[in-house]
Design a binder for this molecule. Structure first.
Ligand code: MN
Length: 606
């Protein structure tokens, strides 16, 4: 126990994933990378998790190029990444050939340590990435997701850790993605792990509830080998505990890492400035939030829920949704809440609340979960709920990837004329749609701008046009003030307006541009609605605004109550909409790709 504590720094990955929606740009990593290399960290976490997707989707950076650049600057310190088992750095199960190739290229491009986990702690979903990492000479840090709930005893986690050891892990990681691990449980858990497992133990936690420093110190007392921190100016809140604070506490003890505090100070100052650029991505309140212990919801999931509800004009239902989550989680067999289960459970809870009936409407993801396509839930699911969702459809109990056909060679053939490396083929394989958009933007030389500051902080531009109006509509008067514009996401640009002093975000579709007219007034092209308002029980509407993904019926077709007639994407999930009645499709008012609102009839059944 007398060894100095080893520290992994998360500033280049989890810290900005947790604080800034994974938007830290390579240009802000490069100037400080060599100094970070000089600190003496056990490792730097620089890749994986959401960084791969975010690089392609938002930053228009090639994630492989990013990794190679960091590797060229960080010569001494080991580079680490987060890998979601069979999901790699994406949100679905990839076939084994893609997993194998991805791990091979990851190691070839500079990653030393792969932290591998599965959202359901279904070890079958980690087998292939672990064996591939061993095969290509990488270090396997096998993680179990820490969470709380009736089945989650210390013995349960010890059992998982022993299995991971037997699968070939070099390091065992406690992945406390939601910051739920309290100091005393951490002490007990780590004591037991150190007694029963002869491998280094690595603690990953978040400061969401304000417990992370205490948890980290108790973990160190219990003999943990490695802990995660972030540089202070990128730490705290939903991020990791602050590095310098942990160093100060350990000063003079046998676990003191003996880092150069002046160097840490320089790094902290650097990120103090950098962080300002990303301010508009931070949640308004970044202090400790002990409520996560009550709701057991990771910080990132909480901000997602708030955004989803705001989009549905239902922010006032947040408490109902938070109370629904534990019910949904129990029905689902107590999955840990981490990507993608956090999103699935969160959205389903939202649907249960907004539709007023549990599982009246389910997302495709919920359905797939109950089909077993994500793996084996930690505890049995609620069979009544499964029956309601699946009907007579079958579910699987095998490892989900056993049912997948190889994809790499097919993807390679599809994209061969546009890319040159296997790394690029992998990017396409993992995120086909996003990667094609990325390629197009690259070929056109489009670079996304750095996020704009929040409208209220924007300097008032010298402007001749009026930016405030009072509008009278149906006898009500609205005070509207133009705030400013945000950066484009998925080709859509948000504009910020204040209506009666409340900030609202308007997402403008590319076809529906805001046109400043010559008089300086802003004309918003009105969206034409050609669909009737619902009057009959067979008038099918969407419970929330969304986009029509697929129409499953044709005019004249007979349907039964409960049949899926249309799939609408809302809240980033696909939702199946069922016919409420038996009958015949009389009229279809929509086509695929249309935006729909709850007050419009999509399909009429007679
Ligand atoms: Mn994390």
């Amino acid at each position: 126990m007398s060894k100095p504590i080893k520290i992994m720094d998360t500033t280049f990955r989890d810290a900005h994933q947790s604080l800034h929606a994974t938007r830290l740009r390579l240009e802000d990593i490069v100037p400080i990378a060599e100094k970070m290399d000089g600190v003496g960290f056990h490792s730097l976490e620089v890749w994986g998790g959401a960084t791969f997707d975010s690089c392609l989707r938002f930053l228009r950076e090639d994630p492989w190029e990013r990794l190679r650049t960091i590797r060229s600057l960080v010569k001494k310190t080991k580079l680490q990444m987060l890998l979601r088992g069979q999901n790699l750095v994406g949100y679905r199960h990839y076939p084994d050939d893609v997993v194998e190739k991805f791990v091979e290229k990851t190691i070839a491009n500079g990653i030393d340590i792969l932290r591998i986990f599965d959202a359901l702690n279904d070890l079958r979903n980690m087998e292939r990435s672990i064996s591939a990492t061993l095969k290509y000479g990488g270090i396997v840090e096998a993680a179990f997701c820490y969470t709380i709930g009736p089945i989650y005893t210390i013995d349960y986690f010890i059992g998982l850790a022993k299995n991971l050891r037997d699968m070939g892990a070099h390091i065992i990681c406690i992945k406390d993605m939601a910051g739920l691990l309290d100091p005393y449980t951490a002490y007990e858990l780590i004591k037991r792990l150190k007694e029963e497992i002869d491998l280094p133990i690595h603690l990953h936690t978040h400061d969401t509830a304000g417990m992370a420093v205490a948890t980290t110190i108790k973990a160190i007392e219990a003999g943990v080998d490695i802990v995660d921190t972030a540089i202070s100016t990128m730490a705290g809140g939903t991020s990791q505990p602050p590095l310098e604070t942990v160093c100060h506490i350990l000063k003079g003890t046998e676990r003191d890492p003996h880092f150069n505090m002046e160097l840490l100070d320089e790094i902290a100052d650097y990120f103090y400035e950098v962080r300002k650029k990303y301010k508009n991505l931070e949640s308004e309140y970044i202090g400790p939030d002990p409520k996560v212990i009550v709701y057991q919801v990771p910080g990132g999931m909480l901000s997602n829920l708030v955004n989803q509800l705001r989009e549905q004009n239902a922010l006032h239902r947040i408490k109902d949704v938070l109370e629904e989550i534990p019910h949904v989680r129990e029905d689902f067999g107590f999955p840990p809440l981490v990507t993608p289960s956090s999103q699935i459970v969160g959205t389903q809870a939202t649907l249960n609340v907004l539709t007023g009936e549990r599982y009246k409407m389910v997302t495709t993801e919920t359905k797939n979960y109950f089909k077993g396509l994500y793996g084996r839930p930690p505890a049995p699911v609620n069979e009544e709920v499964r029956k309601k969702i699946l009907g007579d459809e079958e579910f699987i109990t095998v490892r989900p990837a056993d049912l997948l056909e190889p994809e790499f060679e097919k993807a390679k053939a599809e994209i061969a004329d546009r890319v040159t490396s296997e790394e690029e083929v992998l990017s396409y394989c993992l995120f086909p749609k996003v990667y094609l958009e990325f390629l197009e933007a690259k070929e056109k030389g489009i670079k996304e701008e750095v996020p704009a500051p929040k409208p209220q902080e924007a300097k008032p531009a010298p402007s001749l046009a009026p930016t405030e109006f009072v509008i009278n509509l149906y006898g009500e008067s609205y005070h509207v003030k133009v705030g400013g514009k945000g950066h484009k996401v998925d080709g859509k640009r948000p504009y910020f307006l204040y209506v009666n002093n409340q900030l609202v975000e308007v997402i403008v579709e590319p076809l529906q541009e805001v046109v400043p007219s010559e008089e300086g007034k802003v004309d918003l092209k009105p969206k034409e609605s050609v669909r009737p308002q619902p009057t009959e029980p067979g008038d099918i509407t969407s419970p929330m605004p969304g986009t029509v993904v697929k129409i499953k019926v044709k005019k004249g077709e007979k349907v039964k109550a409960g049949d899926t007639v249309v799939i609408v994407e809302a809240m980033k999930m696909e939702n199946e909409i069922h016919s409420p009645v038996d009958g015949t499709v009389e009229e279809i008012f929509i086509k695929e790709g249309d935006m729909v609102n709850p007050d419009e009839v999509m399909i009429r059944i007679k």
